[in-house]
Design a protein. Sequence first.
Length: 442
Amino acid sequence: MHDLLIRDCHVLRCEPSETTVLRHHDLVVDRGLISAVSPTGTTRPEDCEEVVEGRGMVAMPGLVDTHAHVPMVIFRGLAEDVSLETWFNEYMWPLESNLREDDVYWGMQLGLAELIEGGVTAVADHYFFMDRAAEAVREAGIRAGLGWAVFGSGGKQGLERSARFAAEWNGQEDGRITTWMAPHAPYTCDDDFLRQTAREADRLGVGIHIHAAETIAQTEASVARHGRTPIQVLEQTGVLDHRCIVAHGCGVTEDDIGILARSGAGVACAPKTYLKLAMGTTPVLALRRAGVPVGLATDGAVSNNTLDVWESMRLMAMVQKDRAGAPESMTLAETLHVATRGSAAVYGAPDKLGHLAPGFAADLILVDIGGAHCQPLHSIPATLVYATRASDVQTVIVAGRVLMRDRRLLTLDKREIVRRVSDAMERLQRRVPDKRIQLYEP
């Protein structure tokens, strides 16, 4: 008997320059992996423990959010229409002085509910009290790469706490939870702290997830102050000697792109945050030309307001076209490749995620393309990039387990989660700048 059969769907396959749709195919899942992709009828339903009907829907790799601060959903809507500096110093870092462990647990659950409902099957998350976040991930059933964020001001104690978390949780839940070291950024962590972080990553055999070159202004400030770009700092401190997620990279230079290409680091692109905070944009086309993996990201819901990766995908495509002055650039195939195999590479699992083929993890979603906003259906790739909504995702499967079926969450109690988060709203919105957890001065 097979574990799971997804019947009669259209299977999306993404390559850098070509997207293929296998119409009326079945997917067979065994022991958390895809074991077969074949024309409908090849596998008998009676030979499978569980059957999911996919007729009229597209099966595609689950979306990967390559850089997020998921529990920050608890602060959604509290920092609007302000500059980046004000966002940090007068809003975000004062607000986070209110943070408690339980806030992270319930905030993580709320954010994971939103991610799963939007078709995300894996998230690279960078936040505080991550042992509680990991507990939420364990219960939700999603895949997650977690890092306990730390500032240089946290000193040895902060670094050791982050490393203990990474050691304890890496590989938990049959490998569904992985961990990263998570220094905040070169402008909040000095060279010695970054070197120590790199040594800890070496010792533990984990990667490093860090913000860097978030804006051109940050890069210019780094050059003026230290004679090096933020990416050069990461290279010289050994950070780039490891698997590395570089969040944002809107301020990378041409030389920086070469450094990233040689290092194998991936870059997470969160375009809605950049537009909202006037940060510039990740040079996705130039990075991809140089061979640097680029993945989609949402960042946190205080700068993005949603954890909607579909929104990130279409904004990325349109911003890159506009930046290049070439509407024929950032094609449908390139965009869907970033959303699937590119994001899987940035996440650190290019041979496991992002592709629907035998041997890959059974992390996949079924998308309903029958809505009026998708008709007439001349092009499935165009529909997925420019018309599909997060609410079109009907079914979400991670490691062969169904987490959402027909829009019903099976692992999380959304009503209870919302009640718990709402109970803390009054405390969470108090903003006392003198209590900020860090100062933004790159």
